[in-house]
Design a protein around this ligand. Structure first.
Ligand code: UGA
Length: 430
């Protein structure tokens, strides 16, 4: 099939590359000429495992092309995917201006029937708005599909190639059939495609993300209670997760969730509820609990060094989670800002991430152990694999006094004790 993908962020680029890999002709469109030039040279503007290989392979095969012209994409393709950003507006709503602008330009470029497929996370009801705008700009017929994306950063390619399910929101049976064919290469069982109306598809995306954020936040709150009762959240997690009705995924307590999706989508769902006078009280509480979790972790470090001067913290991990260079709404950034405000110095190491907000304010190192030099404590924010089994002898030797604050529960407390390290983790007896 002939497909255009407008917006080459995580969602758009991964979808485009994977669709090309299944034999489709895909034209990627972005209004950033620098990004397009990079991609034409086979360079990927984001860090995402496996993506470079799949992009290069399909560029070489001639199935994946790049342009800055929406008109070119629309001329050559039956299906136009929209995967542009929908960031939080100051009032918490999702800013869909980029989606609407693209829809308008697509409509103005159309010379024949087209299918518009929205992959961006958009507020419920956006399908109506987009359809209205397009109808006002073109006399050519079109169909609209809400096709929310569920891939995770760090495993985006795998998630796209082997999805748990694909949601197709359109009422038109002929379009459902086309979408089914497009996704057939990625489906091991056809029941994994779930057809519904566009409003439900839009809602399903928020429901999934906010449900996951709720699970994490509930575990994070419980971890605080475990601290006060000397219970162990990891044992509680195993017990709770073994109930097949609950399941074990996304129950890991930590320093709080971050990223470009959960925080934004929790806010947007809360906003939608307020708009419709149907308060989303759980989403609101999840948002508050998540900030509380981050602040509680930072405060533990700050309180530990209360009344001490010239404190240097070694921070491992700046990205909001492992396997990504993304620092959007990263708990590490929020906590480190608090350390800096308290007058602490911070040496940080992350294999991929470089948060612009902290540039010039922290010292970054290119090797994990270099961050420990002259530091008073090691604080772990991100669950990178390379932090899971470190050289504890070296850590003990390098830190001024061996203290670890672990925001990801990476280590076994009884194992760490052997090294004489003072170990503070999340919801586990010290
Ligand atoms: C999330 C969803 O998982 C995807 O399904 C969705 O497509 C995506 O948002 C999106 O809307 O685009 P992502 O933000 O890439 O994906 O990352 P996750 O793996 O979901 O992690 C989100 C945050 O939760 C991270 O900060 C992570 O460290 C934290 N987390 C995750 C926990 O604290 N505990 C867990 O058990 C799992």
């Amino acid at each position: 099939m002939k497909v255009a993908a407008v917006g080459v962020g995580y969602v758009g680029l991964v979808a485009a590359a994977c669709l090309a890999d299944a034999g489709n002709d895909v034209m990627c469109v972005d209004n950033d000429p620098q990004k397009i030039d990079l991609l034409r040279d086979g360079e990927i503007p984001i860090y995402e495992p496996g993506l470079t290989e799949i992009v290069k392979r399909n560029v070489t095969a001639g199935r994946l092309k790049f342009t800055t012209s929406i008109k070119e994409g629309v001329d050559e393709s039956l299906l136009i995917f929209i995967g542009v950003g929908t960031p939080s507006a100051p009032d918490g709503s999702a800013d869909i201006s980029a989606v609407l602008e693209v829809a308008e330009q697509v409509a103005e470029s159309m010379t024949d029937y087209r299918i518009i497929v929205t992959k961006s996370t958009v507020p419920v009801g956006t399908h109506k708005l987009v359809s209205e705008i397009m109808a006002s700009k073109t006399d050519h017929p079109f169909d609209y599909v809400s096709n929310p994306e569920f891939l995770k950063e760090g495993s985006a390619v795998d998630d796209f190639l082997k999805p748990d399910r694909v949601i197709i929101g359109t009422e038109n049976p002929a379009v459902r059939e086309i979408m089914k064919q497009l996704y057939a290469p990625f489906m091991r069982k056809s029941k994994r495609i779930i057809f519904m109306d566009p409003a439900s598809a839009e809602m399903a995306k928020y429901a999934a993300n906010v449900m996951l954020a709720t699970r994490i936040s509930f575990m994070n709150e419980l971890s605080g209670l475990c601290d006060t009762f000397d219970a162990d959240i990891e044992q509680v997690r195993r017990a709770v997760g073994s109930d097949s009705r609950i399941g074990s995924a996304f129950l890991f307590p930590g320093v709080g969730y971050g990223g470009s999706c959960f925080p934004k989508d929790v806010r947007a769902l809360t906003y939608m509820g307020d708009q419709k006078d149907c308060p989303m009280t759980i989403a609101q509480a999840v948002r508050d609990a998540n900030y509380h979790q981050q602040d509680r972790f930072a405060d533990r470090v700050l309180n530990y060094f209360k009344d001490k001067k010239d404190i240097t913290i070694a921070a491992w991990g700046l990205a909001f989670k492992a396997k990504t260079d993304d620092t959007r709404e990263s708990p590490a950034v929020r906590c480190i800002q608090k350390f800096l405000d308290a007058g602490f110095k911070v040496n940080a190491y992350d294999p991929e991430a470089k948060p612009a907000e902290l540039e010039g304010r922290i010292k970054t190192t290119t090797r994990s152990y270099d961050a420990l030099e002259n530091a008073d404590a090691l604080v772990i924010f991100t669950d990178w694999q390379e932090f899971r089994n470190p050289n504890f002898d070296l850590i003990t030797e390098m830190l001024n006094s061996p203290v670890i604050f672990d925001g990801r529960n990476l280590y076994d407390p009884s194992f760490i004790k052997k090294y004489g390290i003072e170990y503070h983790s999340i919801g586990r007896p010290t």
